[in-house]
Write a protein that binds this ligand. Structure first.
Ligand SMILES: Cc1cc2nc3c(=O)[nH]c(=O)nc-3n(C[C@H](O)[C@H](O)[C@H](O)COP(=O)(O)OP(=O)(O)OC[C@H]3O[C@@H](n4cnc5c(N)ncnc54)[C@H](O)[C@@H]3O)c2cc1C
Length: 238
């Protein structure tokens, strides 16, 4: 059940270009599942704008990990400027957990993760949690970014490849490989219709993936979608 807590920021790290990870202490009683989200509210921020002081973030840490990790693209908005410059040990308010974007129960069905950019956050949680639980899923992660320097957790996924038995990691750099398409998925999956597909990213990426999966005749009840609304406009090209 969702509850409200004040928690300390204990670390922040640059994970990729314009992308930071924020580590918060995990309060007593805060239990969540991989794929769930929280609402993060800045307390007495030095600046604000019409979007207010609260944003939704997927929890990128695994439930068994000590701290809560959120990761975000730091665009030039009042909320993000304040978050980026927040001194360590400052308190923020979190409310959660929320959401039912959870891994399916039947471990015999492969889990196919399609992530665009910062949409990687729930999949980092699900995969790292599997190091602990060792459930016999087959995982496929298609992770699309413009360039390697834009891709948070890239090295960690390369390491996880060796630690999780049935984990296929397919990084896609759109400046070189083009956009993620049906042929790329077909190349790695034998039986396309037995898997459950998870799509996460900005609205444009999500609608593109919806079309790709439809063209592969994936039944709609085997597709789970989490849209990071708020990234509806394309960022400026680098
Ligand atoms: C279920 C869910 C889970 C989410 N999980 C995450 C997560 O794990 N990580 C994460 O980073 N975000 C996540 N989000 C999105 C997050 O809640 C914010 O909406 C997002 O980070 C944008 O916040 P902002 O402060 O950058 O923009 P806002 O100030 O909220 O601006 C919103 C509007 O302004 C436009 N805008 C703002 N700044 C710019 C700019 N510089 N250039 C162009 N357009 C701009 C946006 O496109 C949008 O239309 C999630 C959202 C949902 C609904």
């Amino acid at each position: 059940m969702a509850a409200t807590y004040q928690v300390k920021l204990i670390d922040k790290r640059e994970l990729a270009r314009e992308t930071f990870g924020f580590y918060f202490e995990k309060p007593e009683g805060f239990h969540y599942k991989s794929g769930q989200t929280l609402r993060l509210t800045l307390l007495n921020p030095p600046e604000t704008d019409e979007q207010g002081n609260t944003r939704i973030f997927t929890i990128a840490s695994a439930p068994y990990e000590k701290n809560i990790l959120t990761a975000s693209r730091l665009r030039d908005t009042a909320f993000k400027r304040v978050l980026k410059s927040l001194p360590l040990n400052s308190k923020v308010e979190i409310r959660g957990p929320y959401g039912d974007f959870l891994l399916h129960q039947e471990t015999a069905k492969p889990a196919v993760f399609l992530a665009g950019g910062i949409g990687i956050t729930p999949f980092r949680s699900m995969l790292v949690q599997n190091l602990e639980e060792k459930l016999p899923y087959s995982f496929f992660l298609f992770y699309s970014n413009r360039k390697p320097e834009d891709a948070a957790f890239l090295e960690e996924f390369h390491l996880l490849k060796n630690q999780i038995k049935k984990f296929t990691f397919i990084p896609i750099m759109t400046t070189v490989d083009g956009h993620l398409n049906g042929d790329m998925i077909k190349k790695h999956l034998g039986d396309l219709t037995s898997a459950v597909y998870y799509v996460v990213g900005p609205p444009a990426m999500v609608s593109g993936m919806r079309e790709v999966l439809q063209s592969l005749a994936v039944p709609s009840d085997q597709i789970k979608i989490e849209e990071f609304e708020g990234y509806s406009l394309k960022p400026a090209p680098h």
